[in-house]
Ligand binder design. Structure first.
Ligand SMILES: [Zn+2]
Length: 78
C-alpha cells in the first residue's frame, strides 16, 4: 500500500515557540548540528550524543524513505 502524497510529511518538527513546522532534511540532521526555525528564527542546536536515539530513528526513516522511493520507481515503470 502506498500512502497518498498528502500524507507523506517531510521529516522535521513543530517549533515549540511558534508552532511553525521546521522541515529538516536527513542530510542536515545527520551532518549539521543546528537548525533554524523559519518562523521565528530560533536556532535549535542538537547535542549529537544526547540525540543519538533520535538520529538512529532518522536513519531508519531514511531507509524507509528510500524504500518508498524504490516502490515509486517500480510503480512508474509499471
Ligand atoms: Zn519558531
Amino acid at each position: 500500500m502506498i500512502p497518498p502524497k498528502e500524507q507523506q510529511r517531510p521529516p522535521g518538527f513543530d517549533c515549540p515557540k511558534c508552532g511553525f513546522f521546521i522541515e529538516m532534511s536527513i542530510e542536515s540532521l545527520l551532518y549539521s548540528s543546528s537548525q533554524v526555525c523559519p518562523g521565528c528564527t530560533t536556532a535549535y542546536s542538537m547535542d549529537r550524543e544526547k540525540s543519538n536515539d533520535a538520529l538512529k530513528l532518522v536513519q531508519k526513516l531514511h531507509v524507509a524513505m528510500k524504500n518508498i522511493d524504490t516502490v515509486k520507481k517500480f510503480d512508474g515503470k509499471h
